[in-house]
Ligand binder design. Structure first.
Ligand code: NCC
Length: 276
């Protein structure tokens, strides 16, 4: 199978992946009373379009980057999980338009998801590693972490904050793009939040800048910019097919290699700007 060119890869991603979120009309939710807490419309009809966007990975190499001002200059900024801005503004900025969180964050005591102010700014989007090709009912009855219980609790406490749940079909559509463009079989686990969030923003923005997903010259084994914890697996992957995700992003990058090396910055076109 021939390796796809950059435009081919981008168009394939646009054609075969759709950002879908749960709405109250979907089975099995339509027969559950709490489904009224789900947003009526999918995320993509409520948010954007934005001109220029930033996706801020949580990588340790953001530390001492001085990228904060540049990140905040974008129209929308996506952050992940428990990644804070307070105290790290110089390096990661302070604007949060969307926060993408995995179900582990919602469920673990450590993150105090229901009470911490970290989660209260911007739009929340949650996801849970659903089994491959499982339908919504199967997944609902056996989520990885108790995403729905925590969702209902959070919504009761913060009824005005927009909060979406990704449709698991999206996870596996993104996974399939990675697998189809790799020579070897990759692990059958969903992509990392980092890559899911990048594709999410490509559907909302005209141009997407991803920071420290492809490591710069500041590359470090420091896992997160906000924690004193060292593990190379944070950058290279273990459970998630992270290295393959990065390989694909490298192939789609429209920016220069120097931009990666100097600023850890990748530039990707939004789907609306592609002529496929
Ligand atoms: O670490 P995590 O990811 O929250 O990071 C968000 C995204 O940033 C990119 N990243 C992060 C660190 C690093 N050194 N290099 C990077 O490129 C990745 O794209 C990553 O997705 C996740 O994807 O949701 C993940 O979540 C954590 C953890 O659940 C949360 O941080 C909450 O504590 C996972 N860690 C563990 O399960 C121990 C991580 O595997 C994936």
């Amino acid at each position: 199978r021939p390796k796809l060119s950059r435009p081919e890869l981008l168009c394939q991603l646009k054609d075969k992946v759709e950002v879908a979120t749960l709405t109250p009309d979907l089975q099995p939710f339509s027969s559950l009373p709490w489904a009224a807490q789900l947003p009526l419309k999918p995320l993509t009809s409520d948010l954007g379009p934005y001109k220029s966007c930033a996706v801020v990975s949580s990588a340790g190499s953001l530390r001492y980057s001085g990228l904060g001002k540049e990140i905040d200059s974008h129209d929308a900024v996506l952050r992940f999980n428990a990644a804070p801005t307070a105290g790290y503004e110089k390096d990661v900025g302070s604007k949060t338009t969307i926060r993408l969180i995995n179900s582990q964050v919602m469920a673990s005591d450590e993150h105090r998801f229901l009470s911490s102010s970290l989660y209260s700014s911007g739009v929340l989007v949650a996801w849970d590693p659903a089994p491959f090709s499982a339908d919504l009912t199967q997944w609902y009855n056996r989520t990885d972490y108790p995403i729905f219980v925590q969702y209902q609790r959070y919504r009761r406490l913060h009824p005005l904050q927009p909060f979406y749940i990704l449709h698991p079909r999206f996870e596996w559509q993104v996974w399939q793009r990675i697998q189809d463009n790799m020579a070897e079989p990759i692990q059958k686990n969903p992509p990392s939040s980092g890559f899911l969030g990048t594709v999410l923003m490509m559907s909302l923005c005209e141009v997407v800048h991803v920071y420290e997903f492809l490591p710069s010259r500041r590359k470090t084994e420091l896992c997160h910019y906000y924690q004193r914890f060292y593990d190379a697996a944070c950058t290279l992957g273990a459970y998630h097919p992270l290295l393959y995700e990065k390989n694909l992003v490298k192939r789609m990058n429209q920016g220069s290699d120097r931009d990666i090396y100097k600023n850890g910055r990748v530039t990707l076109p939004g789907f609306s700007k592609l002529n496929c």
